[in-house]
Design a binder for this molecule. Structure first.
Ligand SMILES: C[S@@+](CC[C@H](N)C(=O)[O-])C[C@H]1O[C@@H](n2cnc3c(N)ncnc32)[C@H](O)[C@@H]1O
Length: 400
């Protein structure tokens, strides 16, 4: 081992994990100062998630493990942070061979190489990660999942809660990329129409305990009795950066510009209210999974579509599609980059559409304004979201 190799061992490791297609695993073990890390072991390995190569970090702790699937852009910072932790043994496994590093009590770095300990192993990224990993793990007893009634005392997901568990997991998985660049700045998230707050609690748990990100999460709902129960559970768990407020979305006043406004199945136009408030509060991200939709259902009429509108179920689906299309156009017009996608399989809920938007485009896009107005004029409809946004939105339509 030459001296430069030893001196630059951290960079050597970062390069191998980031760049080597034959990278198999990096393991840090033997913590020497438990005041600076609560992990007994940390490992990194490549995985494929939806055809994207990620590096999966596994943080092993005495009470509960945590997993993070890292995208390329967040990998270097995470590795550097991890390599600064007090571990005495590092083991890098590559297809070409292994690197063993030991750091003595006096801080001396001893490094050696050996033949591959896993000869012929394909990096997992080449094969596929067959084990489905969730933001919230199943089978591992977790006081919070038990308290919100998703798990029993053995850590099993209750059959009646399985679909909710899948929805919450799918939702979190798809909003996670919005935090990809997150460093140490505290996040602020608002869950509109939080109801019993499975998502709100889960998100707090995911950000604080699994991702280690400082975050304040607030849930808002009309129902004061439900909010009182959420507050009691929050107090029982001692999750001090989680807050609940009994209020209409339109009346709630956030303490700062949110990083993310979300809503999961907020009824009818409450989804529009969440999107509109997210825009007016200048939220960096807005993620909504709409619920039932009644507003346009009543307004739709067009002779060509009479055969479709005659049947309640077809009318309902058309109204849903049109409403969500108009929501995506409104977001685009207001300067958001928008995606519409499924966040969970349809058997977990037929209401499985997610609108995910991130601020960052110039507002008032001509093409989007034209598409919005064409649809509105064809169907002769007045989408509720327009009046919720008021002049901040209608000024883009003026004179068109
Ligand atoms: C179907 S529940 C969904 C609850 C939760 N997000 C979930 O996925 O489990 C819809 C919630 O939205 C709330 N809600 C509806 N309109 C609202 C409004 N304008 N402001 C605040 N909350 C509202 C209701 O009280 C209800 O708790």
């Amino acid at each position: 081992m030459n001296r430069n190799d030893t001196a630059d061992y951290k960079e050597l490791i970062v390069q191998a994990v980031e760049k080597d297609p034959g990278f198999l695993r990096l393991t840090l073990s033997g913590p020497t100062d438990t005041t600076r890390t609560d992990c007994t072991k940390i490992s990194f390995r490549p995985v494929m998630i939806r055809n994207d190569r990620r590096i999966q970090a596994l943080y092993e702790k005495p009470t509960q493990n945590a997993v993070a699937n890292l995208e390329a852009r967040e990998l270097r910072a995470c590795l550097q942070k991890t390599l600064a932790l007090p571990f005495s043994r590092l083991h890098l496994q590559q297809q070409t061979g292994d690197v063993h590093i030991r750091i003595t009590r006096k801080g001396k770095v001893l490094m050696s190489r050996s033949a591959p300990s896993r000869p012929g192993t394909e990096p997992a990224a080449m094969t596929h990660d067959r084990v489905r990993r969730y933001a919230l793990e199943e089978g591992r007893p977790n006081v919070f999942l038990q308290a919100i009634g998703i798990q029993n005392e053995k850590g099993q997901v209750l059959p009646s809660m399985r679909n909710k568990f899948r929805q919450v997991n799918g939702f979190i998985e798809l909003l996670a990329p919005l935090f990809a660049d997150q460093t140490d700045r505290s996040l602020f998230l608002v869950d509109c129409g939080c109801g019993s707050a499975w998502l709100t609690f889960s998100l707090y748990h995911y950000l604080h305990h699994l991702r280690g990100l400082p975050a304040r999460v607030e849930g808002v709902d009309l129902k004061s009795d439900v909010i009182a129960k959420c507050q009691a559970l929050r107090d029982r768990l001692g999750w001090s950066d989680l807050a609940f407020e009994a209020a209409a979305i339109a009346d709630y006043q956030p303490r700062a510009e949110p990083d993310l406004v979300l809503s999961l199945h907020a009824c009818d136009t409450a989804t529009d209210e969440a999107i509109a408030r997210g825009i007016l509060w200048n939220s960096r991200g807005i993620v909504a999974a709409p619920c039932c939709q009644h507003e346009l259902h009543r307004q739709l009429s067009a002779p060509l579509f009479a055969p479709l509108l005659r049947h309640g179920i077809l009318r309902e689906r058309l109204a849903d599609l049109l409403t969500d299309t108009l929501r995506t156009l409104v977001l685009r017009i207001m300067g958001y980059r928008v995606q519409a996608m499924e966040f969970v399989a349809p058997d977990a809920t037929p209401k499985n559409l997610m609108i995910r938007a991130e601020r960052g485009l110039p507002p008032g896009d001509d093409g989007a304004v034209k598409e919005y107005l064409d649809l509105k004029r064809y169907w002769q409809i007045e989408p509720a979201i327009e009046s919720m946004l008021g002049e901040r939105f209608t000024r883009f339509l003026a004179g068109r």
